[in-house]
Write a protein that binds this ligand. Structure first.
Ligand code: ADP
Length: 720
């Protein structure tokens, strides 16, 4: 082979290699904006390369030059598509035409055929690159060069044609297709490289945004506990740049206590393959760390971690707990100072509350007192009243609204309110009204302030503080109410004592002369002989008795009311007691017949207050006597097993259904036609009812007007 042939071939190889790079630069990388103009430009460059190839040929004989334009064009058709290929082929064709010579037709034919084969293959087998592209490349390259071989027949002149045929057939059918395959293979490589690069770029961008544009902190450690990856948030949290963390262990970054705990949890993850979750306070923030095993590749296991800032969640939970606790406390505590201290203690957990006070407003004096006042700079006298006109405190009370005051809001208020300041100035102040439980009256103001940091509070803090103020307001309202009740109870008790003492006194004062009257009128009744005088003494005696019984009733009621009546239990035979009551009345020679109906047995043993039972029976019989003009009165007893029933029945005037409800009430008497017919105070039955109640029994009434009444009560027998 001639030397120029080798040089030409090598030059062609070099140019085609350059072509593959150009493919890379102007074609693959511009994929996104492959416009017509771009395609024309690509075509022109291909044309240029073609021309370059044609200028580094090996010349068989003058006018018969060979080069690798077919290799170029078939690949152009396959990789650049019809448009750019046509532009390129036109440039190359025009140049070949311009060069002339005996090979001009063959030259043109090879240009057209190789470009067409490439284009057609791409058009009809658009996805040829996806499967066995080497086979496709081989077939296309061979067809294109077979066409080149055929075009030898277009060479002008017998001799030239023969020479061409002899020297070029073998290279055209072997070296050229191989060369075309090689270039095609290179282009595919380029293309794939490009795809891989793009994928890598995308995954890198995705990885970066996933790991770093994230509110969670993340890291990865290798099997020796060295950091291999940290995200931006983690660096920020630790307060160190990435370079100072990568390759380091926890021991080199944190103190012993922390690093010890961290490596313990790491080994749990590494040794047991467990997921470990823990919460901790980390640089002033509550964090929740989830550690899990990760595959580091090459059979190595490391520790991955996602650390979440749960401060907000934590705060919210804490806030709920505090508010719940205080709202409960506001129902239980009774001492303002104690309560306020607790409120203050818990409030400090949630907001800046070094300086905290409550000011209670007194309408009458238009002044404030400070039952609770804690301040870094100021003190107040808790006993003193202060006039706070035109202060922020007063402003909040007047508007009834919670307020966050800083230099900005302060100016706004000062525009319509003549603000003045008392004491040390603080750049930020938070105040909320204390409302009474009806939420209508502002009873005072609660406030916190910070002297150092103007941004100590935000709107959320204001809201929270208002809730605190509400709880305090309700508490104060409650204890005020409680104190009022206490006072009222005390004065009522005092009044009651006076009343009881008065009554005891009075009863003594009245009973003593009455006893005199009763005793002497009885003596008179016996002594005097004159009928008229005897009658008078009788009247005096009866009246005195009635007065005494009235006094007794009133005294009984007074004692019951003041809770001075107590039950004195003793063992006794109930039947005997009833019998005594019966004989007491029998002796008195009543106008109507008096019956006694007792069960057959000898005794009913009771453990109860005998005197009260007798009093009950006496009262009932007294009533029956009063309201029974004719017929009889019956005192009876029925043994019911566990209980016993005692009754007083009469054939008197009876009681209507509507009166039945009322007669046990105090001072109730049934009126007949608006007139009082029978004497009495209306207290007897209410005393009876109270007594039965005290003895643990029940009383009821059966009655029919005109026919009579039956009062019954039931008592429990003692358990044997
Ligand atoms: P008083 O001192 O007036 O008797 P009570 O409380 O003992 O007061 O009785 C209230 C009223 O109940 C009586 O005024 C009377 O109208 C009615 N009442 C009580 N007992 C009887 C009865 N056995 N028969 C009819 N009415 C009665």
């Amino acid at each position: 082979m001639d030397k120029s042939l080798i040089i030409g071939l090598l030059q062609n190889v070099a140019i085609l290699l350059a072509f593959t790079f150009i493919y890379d630069i102007i074609w693959e990388s511009e994929k996104a904006f492959r416009s017509k103009l771009n395609k024309i430009l690509a075509g022109l460059i291909i044309g240029g390369i073609g021309v370059l190839l044609m200028n580094t040929p090996w010349t068989l004989s003058p006018g018969l030059v060979f080069d690798t334009r077919t290799v170029l064009l078939v690949n152009t058709g396959l990789f650049f598509g019809p448009f750019a290929t046509l532009v390129g082929a036109s440039v190359i064709g025009a140049y070949r035409l311009f060069m002339g010579g005996p090979g001009v037709w063959m030259g043109l034919a090879t240009i057209i055929s190789s470009a067409s084969v490439g284009i057609l293959w791409k058009l009809y087998r658009p996805s040829w690159r996806k499967s066995n592209y080497m086979i496709d490349l081989a077939i296309v390259s061979f067809i294109a060069h077979f066409c080149m071989f055929l075009s030898i027949f277009l060479v002008k002149g017998e001799e030239s044609r023969a020479e061409t045929f002899n020297t070029m057939t073998l290279p055209i059918l072997t070296v050229y297709p191989l060369f075309a395959i090689l270039v095609g293979r290179l282009l595919i490589n380029r293309m794939n490289n490009h795809k891989v690069k793009q994928k890598l770029e995308i995954s890198e961008v995705r990885y970066d945004s996933f790991v770093n544009r994230n509110s969670d902190m993340m890291f990865m450690k290798d099997e020796n506990g060295r950091y291999v990856l940290v995200n931006d948030m983690f660096c920020e949290m630790v307060g160190k740049p990435r370079e100072e963390l990568i390759g380091k262990t926890d021991l080199e970054i944190y103190d012993k206590k922390h690093s010890g705990y961290y490596s313990d949890t790491d080994s749990k993850v590494l040794e047991k393959g467990e997921i470990v979750i823990f919460e901790e306070l980390f640089n002033g923030k509550y964090t929740e760390t989830t550690k899990f095993p990760i595959n580091l590749g090459k059979d190595k296991i490391g520790v991955g971690a996602i650390i979440r800032d749960v401060t907000a969640k934590h705060k919210k939970r804490e806030m709920q707990e505090v508010l719940l606790y205080l709202s409960r406390l506001s129902q239980i505590d009774n001492d303002l100072k104690v309560f306020m201290e607790k409120v203050h203690f818990h409030m400090k957990k949630l907001i800046q509350a070094e300086n905290f006070y409550i000011a209670l407003y007194d309408k009458e004096s238009d002044k404030y007192t400070f039952p609770y006042y804690v301040d870094e700079f100021e003190t107040v006298d808790p006993e003193e009243s202060y006039s706070l006109h035109n202060t922020l405190t007063d402003y909040v009370r007047l508007t009834g609204k919670g307020m966050l005051i800083n230099s900005k809001t302060e100016k706004e208020i000062a525009e319509h309110f003549p603000l003045t300041y008392e004491g040390e100035y603080s750049p930020v102040w938070l105040g909320a009204p204390l409302m009474d439980s009806s939420m209508k009256q502002v009873i005072g103001v609660a406030a916190v302030q910070d002297y150092a940091d103007e941004n100590a509070y935000n709107e959320d803090d204001l809201m929270l503080f208002e809730i605190f103020a509400n709880t305090i307001g309700i508490f104060i309202d409650r204890i005020t109410m409680l104190n009022k009740l206490k006072d009222a109870k005390e004065s009522a008790e005092q009044a009651d004592k006076i009343k009881t003492a008065f009554l005891a006194n009075m009863s003594h004062e009245i009973r003593t002369p009455l006893n005199g009257i009763i005793g002497f009128s009885e003596m008179l009744m016996e002594e005097v002989q004159d009928k008229e005088q005897k009658d008078y003494s009788q009247i005096i005696n009866t009246s005195a008795h009635r007065l005494l019984s009235t006094i007794n009733d009133i005294m009984d009621i007074a004692k019951i009311e003041s809770g001075q009546v107590s039950v004195v239990n003793e063992n006794f035979n109930l039947l005997q007691t009833i019998r005594e009551s019966y004989f007491f009345f029998k002796k008195q020679n009543l106008k109507v017949e008096l019956k006694l109906v007792l069960p057959k047995q000898k005794s009913i043993d009771m453990l109860s207050d005998k005197i009260k039972i007798q009093q009950i029976i006496t009262n009932l019989v007294n009533n029956a006597v009063k309201f029974t003009p004719e017929g009889y009165i019956e005192i009876g007893c029925i043994d019911e097993g566990d209980t016993v029933q005692i009754y007083v029945k009469d054939t008197g005037i009876g009681i209507s259904d509507e009166d039945k409800e009322r007669i046990f009430e105090r001072f109730t008497q049934v009126e007949s036609k608006g007139k009082r017919v029978y004497g009495g105070t209306g207290l007897g039955l209410s005393i009876v009812k109270e007594y039965v109640g005290l003895l643990g029994g029940e009383i009821w009434l059966d009655s029919e007007p005109g026919k009579g009444s039956k009062f019954s009560f039931r008592l429990k027998k003692p358990a044997i």
